[in-house]
Design a protein around this ligand. Sequence first.
Ligand code: PLP
Length: 385
Amino acid sequence: EYQLARRRTYLKIDLDILTENVSILKSLCSQNTDILAVLKGNAYGHGSIEVGKHLRDIGVRHFAVASPWEAIELRKAGIESFIQIFGNACEEEIPDLLEYDLVPTVGSVEFLEEWALYTQDSCPNYLLQSTYPDETRRQIVIKVDTGMSRNGFQPEMLDDVVNYCDEKGIKIHSIMTHFAAAWDNPQFTSLQLETFLNVAAKYRSRGIKLHAANSAGTLLGYGTELDFVRPGIAMYGLPPDTTEMAISMYQRLGLRPILSWMAKPNLVKTMSEGRCVGYDKTYRCSEGEVIATIPLGYADGFNRLLSGRGIITTENGSECPVIGRVSMDAISVRLPQNEEQCKNFYIFKNDFTSPNSVVELAKQLQTITYDVTTSLAARLARVYS
Ligand code: PLP
């Protein structure tokens, strides 16, 4: 309420829809499969601390981010759950990994050798002592490269890597792989899964967990019988792909976007013939047009390519074209004649079909939904309900 009263623009995030999305995703998996919720990129722009706390409160116990820096923010906010760091683990991250009880994703022998040194007696004492329970501390995730080629050990190295860990007393939490094209290449995804299981399945009997599926894998049933699935985009109710097929699948399953971007104008003007709006005078008004200035711009994540092309909507659903250039902190929109008094606007609307849905924007900007929401700036207030 405080935030709502004091801001003319804010992101509205519906945590009840998040809860529903998570339970829909869970229903697509085997009964014992857990969610490893992906919170990197500030929870894809939705705010990792609040989203993480909510997920923890509804029983999600495993999280992943891209870097120790992102994880430390969660730790400082009081999230004590398992946190995996997705990026290729690097030597210089080890002090933070140990101090904050974070779980590295390992794909190189060099890192393993360093990790082995740090977790032995030569390691500074304060890094080895921690408030976290010992059985969960100093674990790693081993990544197997089955076709993405950005991280992970080659499949044929896995046995040697596990043996090395056993020798050095390194605790293995899980073994994972990552799909390169789960949404639209079923042959390749099946091959990746088969390659992974061929080398990793035998370790399950030792209590080492296995995981492979991102959102697309979870939705299409690749790896949904393993110990975890790792959804990101689908938890936020957005499809990994902007095709009709993806949208109709979401509608059928009941997955819905959790984010809307709201704004109120901070100036409304009636224009006379020939006056121009914004930098470079790219828009020339006709007599009597009503123009609203909305206090957000490309520094908030409203892409400058939407200059003269974007559409926002009034609370009644009327469309208002973005006119002139998008500035760093302001945009101008033309108000429809019957909505000149409108005070509340949707910059992004949390559905699939409005011209300002994240899916439509991704299409318009020739990008993907991930890019649209991770561009939402830290300076935007996020209001959770
Ligand atoms: N697993 C890994 C290793 C990832 O890097 C990502 C994100 O890129 C995900 C899972 C989640 O992907 P998505 O948002 O498509 O579900």
